[in-house]
Design a protein around this ligand. Structure first.
Ligand code: ARG
Length: 399
């Protein structure tokens, strides 16, 4: 029997206490793994040392920033994925990449169990455990907060008793999860859904009412992926980071929603995702210009389903792969430039150009040069409306 547990470690109170707690409950050694998905904040080396000081036998930080941007954020962008039409799946996208690194660590260190710090009420426990089950069905999962009823007060008591190097007073009034794709904030006074978020809640975005001048940006896409900003080549990670800065300064990308969790609860969450929302806005626009009508309409349903699957913890599902097949075909055409103005909380598209454009000036124009034969419209309308007309005639005849 294996003597080790791999813990998804964040450096916060709960997962720090979980190291000793898991050891006490299972008698096993704990390997702490922190995954860098661009969450910034505290120095990850400090976090690593804290894990060791809290009793982990091994601790390391996996740099997954480019992997997360290229293999998780980019597919989400190519799908224009927004859960409930609003939320760009910030936390939902990061769980599968974290899961990959946890499984790799479990194999490396011969662990038979993976642990995470989620409660029993949220989506993330589902995403972790379904993901582990998909990649390593032989591994067991435990969640000390949920399975060993490790409450916050007990965690503080445990930390104080054992003199763990955690500042238990440094607790933020909110529960926050953040990565390069965005930031999610909940609990505290936000649990009253009538309370408006105060400026203090936000970190990635400045107050959109500051009255700053507009920032014009040109994003170049190749096959659905951003490859340049204002003519300078960028990786996916660099594109998100630059737009987080620039759109964030314009207050773009704030959301405040009541969402349907997988476990049935409606919960209020405040998000900010300036880079993600600017990229999705631009990508959607380029889809409008370059993708044929029926495929573009169908893509709306694919977007929604894709977002629901990923939200619901089914990243590693056959259906997500199949939908990505459709999105691959669609994005073959999605190349070109989109110009936006970032100002006052909005990213407004002001121009588009593309070699793949289906916009035909001569068909669209109302000026001279019009090549659209208007005489064709009359017959088209007659046939198009025929079924409706027949039904109306029948209803009229029957009174
Ligand atoms: N509601 C979001 C989701 O389920 C974010 C979850 C984490 N939020 C947080 N503030 N800790 O994907």
């Amino acid at each position: 029997m294996s003597e080790r547990v791999v813990l998804a470690y964040s450096g916060g109170l709960d997962t720090s206490v979980a190291i000793g707690w898991i050891a006490k409950e299972t008698g096993k050694e704990v390997v702490a793994v922190a995954v860098d998905v661009g969450q910034d904040g505290e120095d990850l080396e400090v976090i690593r040392e804290r894990a060791l000081a809290c009793g982990a036998v091994e601790a390391y930080v996996a740099d997954a920033r480019d992997e997360f941007a290229d293999q998780y954020c980019l597919p989400a962008l190519r799908a224009d994925a927004l859960y409930q039409g609003v939320y760009p799946l910030v936390s939902a996208l990061s769980r599968p990449v974290i899961v990959k690194h946890l499984v790799a660590a479990a194999r490396l260190h011969g662990a038979d169990t993976v642990a995470h710090g989620c409660t029993g009420k949220g989506n993330d426990q589902v995403r972790f455990e379904v993901g582990i089950g998909a990649l390593a069905p032989d591994l067991k999962c435990i969640a000390p907060v949920r399975d060993y009823a490790m409450t916050r007060d007990m965690a503080i008591e445990f930390a104080e008793e054992r003199n763990l190097p955690i500042d238990v007073t440094k607790k933020s009034p909110y529960s926050i999860d953040q990565n390069v794709w965005g930031r999610a904030v909940e609990t505290g006074f936000l649990e009253d859904i009538w309370n408006g978020p105060i400026e203090d809640v936000y970190e990635y975005t400045d107050d959109p009412t500051l009255g700053r001048p507009g920032d014009e940006v040109i994003i170049t896409f190749e096959k659905g992926a951003p490859v340049a900003i204002d003519g300078r080549h960028v990786t996916m990670l660099e594109a998100i980071e630059e737009l987080n800065r620039r759109a964030g300064a314009a207050g773009v990308g704030r959301m405040d929603i009541v969402e349907d969790r997988l476990v049935g609860i409606k919960s209020r969450e405040v998000y900010e995702a300036p880079g993600a929302l600017t990229l999705i806005r631009a990508h959607k626009e380029l889809v409008s210009v370059t993708v044929e009508k029926d495929m573009a309409r169908f893509a709306g349903g694919v977007s929604q389903r894709w977002a629901e699957l990923v939200y619901d913890g089914l990243w590693f599902s056959p259906l997500r792969e199949a939908l990505d097949g459709f999105l691959d075909v669609m994005n073959q055409q999605v190349s070109g430039d989109i110009r936006l103005n970032l100002q006052g909380g909005s990213a407004i598209v002001t121009g588009r150009r593309s070699q793949q454009s289906l916009y035909d000036f001569n068909l669209a124009t109302y000026d001279t040069g019009d090549t659209f034969d208007q005489s064709m419209a009359k017959g088209f309308i007659e046939l198009w409306g025929l079924p409706t007309k027949l039904a109306a005639q029948r209803d009229q005849a029957n009174g």
